[in-house]
Design a protein around this ligand. Structure first.
Ligand SMILES: C[S@@+](CC[C@H](N)C(=O)[O-])C[C@H]1O[C@@H](n2cnc3c(N)ncnc32)[C@H](O)[C@@H]1O
Length: 306
């Protein structure tokens, strides 16, 4: 049983929080009908993600993986649950304070159990042999994709050296280490290095790193010949917290924020702007087709024009 709880903010989580605030603060003078309407809207929006999660299967653990590794289904699921729990239980702020991570990471960065199954289903349709993940964090998506029978290799890119130490024991317990090549450096540098060394192109790419660089990642994949002819790119967080409606706090100069909070808000604002720019970039790209899906914080499927 996983104790991990997703703490991410998606457009629907943000909307649910706003409606909750409206309910809590609605004065006596508001007509009961209006309160009932807000209450129903809140129940709809707040209940959607739990409903989706309830009726989506658990992690897909193919029999072929068990046969190939000699592990039992319970052992693989045990490794998966331990990874999710460790992601949620780790004191990421303390690790940053201790100098173990360069940036402030947090469990909300994890794409989580539901999205892992979504990604597995996309991959079962695309049948990729070579997968690239840009932005790994605790490697849950990496593990989920590595379990699939067509996947021969996942090249996983992140900037944080500590994450290698964190992820690898869980990948080993799940029997997927042999398929994963974890490279630590800024992703654009690694892409250039891989291209120079004659790296084979990838069939499936999952982009989930720093949001302002998404466009540069897609263009680099095309320019460096790292996307196979029928390759599919999945870009995560393309509805970033409802990026089409900037919260007022991002604009306000009156909030009393300490330096760290101010920096975090600035990062979020840059991410929102970056995602808005990225969505326009892909939609207007002469070589690409895009399909934005409202899954969790948004996933865009990108492929070459037919
Ligand atoms: C949202 S998390 C990735 C989540 C992960 N894909 C998952 O499915 O749970 C973003 C990650 O991108 C990494 N990152 C940020 N900037 C990067 C860069 N320039 N190059 C490579 N990784 C980067 C961060 O260290 C962080 O681990």
């Amino acid at each position: 049983m996983s104790t991990y709880r997703n703490t991410h903010v998606t457009p629907s989580v943000r909307a649910a929080n706003l409606l909750k605030t409206a309910l809590a603060s609605s004065p006596e003078s508001v007509a009961p009908h209006t309160t009932a309407v807000i209450s129903e809207a809140h129940a709809l929006i707040a209940g959607e993600e739990p409903y989706l999660e309830n009726y989506t299967s658990d992690l897909l653990v193919p029999q072929s993986h068990l046969d190939g590794t000699g592990l039992s289904d319970a052992e693989v699921r045990g490794a998966w649950t331990s990874l999710l729990n460790a992601t949620g239980d780790t004191d990421w702020l303390q690790l940053h304070a201790d100098g173990k991570t360069q940036d402030r990471l947090g469990s909300a960065m994890c794409s989580g159990a539901y999205e892992a199954v979504v990604l597995q289903n996309f991959a079962l349709m695309a049948k990729p042999a070579r997968v690239l993940e840009i932005g790994v964090f605790t490697g849950t998506a990496t593990l989920a994709l590595a379990l699939l029978p067509t996947v021969q290799q996942i090249v996983a890119l992140d900037v944080e050296p500590y994450l290698k130490e964190f992820c690898e024991p869980f990948w080993a317990s799940a029997g997927v280490s042999d398929k994963i090549d974890f490279k630590i450096a800024p992703a654009l540098e690694t892409l250039a290095t891989m291209s120079k060394s004659g790296c084979e192109p990838f069939d499936l790419v999952f982009i989930d790193a720093d949001k302002p660089s998404y466009g540069a990642y897609v263009q680099a994949l095309l320019d460096l010949g790292l996307l196979s002819e029928d390759g599919v790119i999945l870009a995560d967080n393309t509805l970033y917290k409802g990026c089409w409606v900037a919260p007022e706090m991002f604009e306000s100069t009156e909030l009393e924020l300490d330096e760290v909070e101010r920096k975090q808000l600035q990062i979020q604002k840059e991410a929102m702007d970056g995602i808005n720019e990225f969505n326009a970039f892909v939609r207007n790209h002469p070589e690409l087709e895009a399909c934005v899906l409202p899954i969790r914080d948004g996933i865009t499927i990108i492929r070459r024009k037919l």
